[in-house]
Design a binder for this molecule. Structure first.
Ligand SMILES: Nc1ncnc2c1ncn2[C@@H]1O[C@H](COP(=O)(O)OP(=O)(O)OP(=O)(O)O)[C@@H](O)[C@H]1O
Length: 276
């Protein structure tokens, strides 16, 4: 793991009217690091991912990516090196798997879908298309994505997730934000997504992985940040996090129950069982 600081968040706060979704959250993601973000429903995990990706504007706080302020709309942040997936995959359902993956390759180069469309019509993309198509064939092989000509709308939820994660990897992100990527995935999907996480780490870039499955997260990440009601309850080594009183308190409301494993084991079984 590299020591270089990749992304810093300071004092991030988000209020929706009277609801405080996130309160004074600070964190650091180092180059080559995978940070797990866990916490019960409503803890603020998706809100944090939204604030980082620019999907939502922060009420307060700042973000710094490789020493430069990270701000503005999601498209600008994508060009700066951020890629994300959503809790509910957001593919262009009428396009093929190949075309969806191509969108990822193009997103880093173009300011917006609008400019991308104009660019495509103007022929600006043409010289790169052959390279992109080749790269996508390799990417699909690596992740176990089959049937590149299928319409995205015909895919199962798990397949859509894998394509969305593949599309995000195609952006060659400095920071990849994955919001519950395993839900609805079968074993092959989980393996493909884990491969993406390892690839980003090997490149010396960073991943923030949100998931309910604490056990699975603990096996894939270098560090875990536990959120509880919008605040950071724990930030440290996965094993220490699993054994921490904060973990017991947040998930069970008691520090006496030592059996976090059985709870997370149940969730893992859900991942295995939800075949799509
Ligand atoms: N658009 C919104 N308007 C009002 N409140 C919101 C909005 N989005 C999120 N919230 C609230 O902010 C809090 C944090 O929500 P968030 O979705 O970030 O939690 P989460 O940890 O991702 O939960 P889950 O695991 O269920 O996805 C919750 O209380 C939620 O109801």
């Amino acid at each position: 793991m590299g020591e270089e600081t990749l992304l810093v968040g300071r004092g991030l706060t988000k209020r929706y009217g009277g609801v405080t979704a996130l309160e004074d959250v600070s964190f650091e993601l180092r180059a080559g690091e995978v940070l797990g973000l866990v916490g019960p429903n409503g803890a603020g995990k998706t809100t944090l991912v939204d604030l980082i990706s620019g999907t939502q504007a922060a009420t307060a706080g700042e973000l710094v990516l490789r020493g430069a302020e990270l701000s503005g709309p999601a498209s600008r942040r994508a060009r700066a090196g951020l890629a994300r997936t959503f809790q509910y995959p957001q593919l262009a359902l009428e396009l093929s798997v190949r075309e969806n993956l191509l969108l990822g390759r193009a997103a880093r180069r173009h300011a917006s879908l609008w400019r991308m469309t104009v660019g495509a019509f103007a022929g600006a993309l043409r010289p790169r298309v052959a390279d992109d198509v080749r790269a996508i064939r390799l990417l699909a092989e690596e992740l176990g994505i089959e049937g590149l000509d299928r319409e995205a709308g015909d895919l199962s939820l798990g397949e859509q997730r894998l394509v969305e994660v593949g599309r995000a990897l195609g952006q060659d992100p400095l920071v990849l934000l994955l919001d519950e990527p395993f839900a609805g995935s079968d074993a092959q999907g989980v393996a493909g997504i884990a491969e993406v996480i390892h690839t980003v780490r090997r490149r010396g870039h960073g991943v923030i992985l949100v998931d309910h499955n604490v056990d699975l997260v603990a096996r894939l990440v270098d560090r875990i940040m536990l959120l509880d009601r919008g605040r950071v309850a724990f930030d440290g080594e996965p094993r220490e996090c699993l054994a921490s009183p904060q973990m017991q308190q947040v998930y069970f409301g008691s520090v006496d129950d030592p059996d976090v494993g059985s709870e997370t084991g149940t969730r893992e079984a859900e991942v295995e069982d939800v075949r799509s």
